[in-house]
Write a protein that binds this ligand. Structure first.
Ligand code: OSB
Ligand code: MG
Length: 353
């Protein structure tokens, strides 16, 4: 039993080392809100709100989510006695949407509970100790693509996600993929094939991608089903999945082989663990997606990826990949293509904000 005695919010803002360019947005700097919850004994739990400056990935924004967290969600939680962190999600259930805002506070509560028990968060959620395979996203123009892929391979990454769109050069991508047979390449289209003929997507079926992520729009279940039934490459969904209900619908529509878990998009640990359970029973494969985030969110993601049900390699890059200095200590390091889970209680990293 824990009483949530205090909740604090901190703004973190940093330029990216290099712009992250996708069809949706060019991200050059990143602002997030770090959440600290405190119990009566003064222990702290940490969360990170991964909403972007503008609503290009989901509807939420940095400013809007900060308002919802401070003015709407925090008052629902403050001074409450919780038996289990999932009760935070229940307290928030009267508030519509705002999944990233909810997830950030709920994450902090899960971290706090793990610390109260003196166990690492990965253990608290049922994960397995050891190392998490690293994965990186190469986003950008085709001219520097093969150079950026070589750099990633040189840094030890064995899974590389490439951003694609109908304008990508399938022949060039195929050359890149076939000349690096030891690397698992994912493709992420971020919905850019929306409104295009199936033929345009089929051109990428021969590339050799381990999966194609979100070719069509969030709501385009039928387009995804048709793609799936016509392609050898597994179809994976990211933006489409906001809840367990979405996953159920998607399975019923036979629109998917694989899903990307993102706690911000799903509303936190509680909903995400339900999705994991459901996908395990339905034999849907899973991996953990990145949000150009700092170390607090990444540490939660590492705990999620430690679950035995989460089998595919996620977006797990080194603290150094996006940031000159991360907000956690020690920084998160990729060594020999893996990130070692911290054995310290909770998320296992100190906060430097
Ligand atoms: O579509 O997976 C996406 C980053 C921000 C928003 C959406 C996406 C991404 C990424 C992951 O591709 C980048 C990362 O943090 O490694
Ligand atoms: Mg994606």
């Amino acid at each position: 039993m824990a009483v949530i005695a205090g909740i604090e919010f901190h703004k973190v803002k940093q330029p990216l080392k290099q712009p992250f360019i996708t069809v949706l947005q060019k991200v050059e700097q990143r602002e997030v809100t770090v959440v600290i919850v405190r119990d009566l004994e003064g222990r702290e739990g940490y969360g990170e709100c991964v909403a972007f400056d503008t609503p290009w990935y989901t509807e939420e924004t940095v400013t809007g989510s900060r308002f919802v967290m401070e003015q709407v969600l925090a008052p629902l939680l403050i001074d409450e006695q919780l038996e289990h962190p999932a009760e935070a999600a229940r307290l928030f259930s009267t508030v519509k949407g705002n999944h990233m805002a909810k997830a950030a506070i709920e994450m902090a509560v899960w971290d706090l509970f793990a610390k109260r028990q003196g166990v690492p968060l990965y253990e608290f959620v049922g994960g397995i100790s050891g190392s998490i395979p690293a994965g990186v996203v190469v986003a950008g123009k085709s001219d520097d693509l093969s150079e950026n892929v070589s750099v990633a391979i040189g840094s030890g990454y064995r899974r590389i996600k490439l951003k694609i769109s109908p304008d990508s050069d399938a022949a060039l991508l195929k050359k890149l993929v076939t000349s690096n047979p030891e690397i698992s390449f994912y493709a992420d289209a971020n919905g850019s094939f929306s409104g295009r003929a199936l033929k345009e997507l089929l051109a990428f079926d021969q590339v050799g991608f381990a999966l194609i992520e979100q070719p069509y729009g969030e709501q385009q279940w039928d387009a995804h089903r048709i793609a799936r039934s016509n392609m050898a490459t597994p179809i994976c969904l990211d933006e489409s999945i906001h809840s367990l209900e979405d996953v159920k619908r998607m399975v019923k529509k036979q629109a998917v082989d694989i899903i990307v878990l993102k706690m911000g998009r799903l509303g936190g640990w509680t909903e995400t663990l339900k999705v994991v359970d459901f996908c395990k029973n339905e034999q849907i494969e899973m991996w953990v997606g990145g949000m150009i985030e700092f170390g607090v969110s990444k540490a939660h993601n590492l705990a999620l990826a430690s679950l035995p049900e989460v089998k595919l390699t996620g977006d797990f890059s080194d603290s150094n990949h996006f940031w000159r200095t991360d907000i956690v200590s020690p920084e998160i390091r990729v060594e020999n293509g893996e990130i070692k889970l911290s054995a310290s209680p909770g998320i296992g990293y100190e906060l430097k904000v």
